[in-house]
Design a protein. Structure first.
Length: 356
């Protein structure tokens, strides 16, 4: 496909794996945009269902679509492949089970033209059981051009309550400038299977001077109503859940470069413990007879990690934060840690209706 002669070409990158149930809705929402100057890059990441054939059928009907068939290398590598093959002035990521509003790209481009920002972050909605709900937790109350200090303050809120301030927990639904991504080689870390979006966002923000938040939903995010989706499957390698170490490094780097006034070591250290607790609860919620020994061994390894031992001293709980688990971690009481985490997992996910 030749690069369009028109300006404001948007490269829409969709990584997908076994997405046949939702893929038509996703693709239709993109090709039917009011902003027509797009290229849609579908990265079929080793699907074993009909997703690949469905992508090819769309590409035969619309020359704005290119399909790349990869081995199953994970979403981070799939997005990187999309970046490397993109030709647009802007990049936006869409997950294959989500969809965007009909005017999403027009609205994002229009707000770019008005504000000349380096990133336009559109608001989002969640969809669970067919019911629309809020997308980002702890976002801003109105559309506004944000200063670096305001972004730094938001990052510090995230470090204090990682599960309550989620604006930068996702890479979708926002317009990135292709020149910033490519000139500074801002790519997804392929070694991460969780928190790779957080790391990517803050890596990008190091090079962004103007950030605009649009208080208008442009993105619809599907929340799957099952336990494995809510907790992320441990499989044979629970280490995949601990990508936050790299993400916290990138947030710390951003805060230091932005002269935010933060005590970076203290605030990232607190977040390190918070996120460790969140992931331990998720892991313990998936313990069964087959994986019990390996998971307990992994938890023992985590609890003895020198980085965690050091960061426990920075932990400063507030309302809703666990107070007993950090104490048990300090004392290395593995059995009690597992019992408390399993109790928390059962309460949390049964309450959310995701344990069958």
């Amino acid at each position: 496909m030749e690069k369009s002669a028109f300006k404001d070409m948007v490269s829409v990158i969709v990584p997908l794996y076994n997405s046949e149930k939702y893929l038509r809705r996703c693709i239709d929402s993109i090709v039917n945009q009011t902003h027509k100057n797009i290229e849609l890059i579908l990265i079929n990441d080793g699907s074993t269902d009909t997703s690949g054939e469905l992508c090819d059928s769309y590409a035969r009907r619309d020359n704005r679509i290119k399909v790349i068939h990869n081995k199953n290398n994970g979403p981070a590598q799939a997005r990187n492949t999309g970046i490397e093959n993109s030709e647009g002035d802007f990049i936006i990521f869409v997950d294959s089970d989500d969809f965007i509003e009909n005017n999403a790209l027009s609205v994002l481009i229009d707000n770019y033209s008005r504000n000349n920002a380096d990133i336009i972050i559109g608001d989002a909605r969640s969809i669970k059981d067919g019911v629309l709900g809020p997308g980002y937790k702890g976002s801003f109350m109105e559309s506004r051009l944000l200063t670096k200090q305001e972004i730094a303050d938001y990052a510090r809120h995230y470090l204090k309550k990682p599960n309550k301030f989620t604006l930068f927990a996702y890479s979708w639904g926002r317009l990135f400038k292709s020149s910033i991504v490519k000139d500074n080689r801002v790519f997804f870390n392929v070694d991460l299977h969780t928190f790779e979006d957080v790391a990517f966002n803050f890596d990008y923000l190091n090079y962004a001077e103007k950030i605009f938040f649009l208080k208008e939903p442009v993105y619809n995010h599907l929340i799957h109503n099952n336990y494995m989706s809510a907790t992320m499957a441990v499989s044979d390698n629970p280490r995949v859940l601990f990508g936050y170490k790299r993400a916290l490094y990138d947030i710390g780097k951003f805060l230091r470069r932005s002269n935010s006034g933060a005590n970076v070591d203290k605030e990232t250290g607190h977040a390190f413990v918070c996120l460790t607790i969140i992931q331990l609860v998720r892991i313990c919620g998936q313990i069964n007879k087959a994986n019990k020994d390996s998971i307990i061994g992994f938890i023992r390894e985590i609890i003895n990690d020198p980085e965690l031992r050091e960061n426990l001293g920075y932990y400063s709980p507030s309302n809703g934060d666990s107070r007993i688990l950090p104490v048990l971690m300090k004392l290395k009481l593995i059995g009690l840690i597992v019992l408390v985490c399993r109790y928390k997992a059962n309460r949390r996910y049964k309450k959310a209706g995701v344990i069958k």
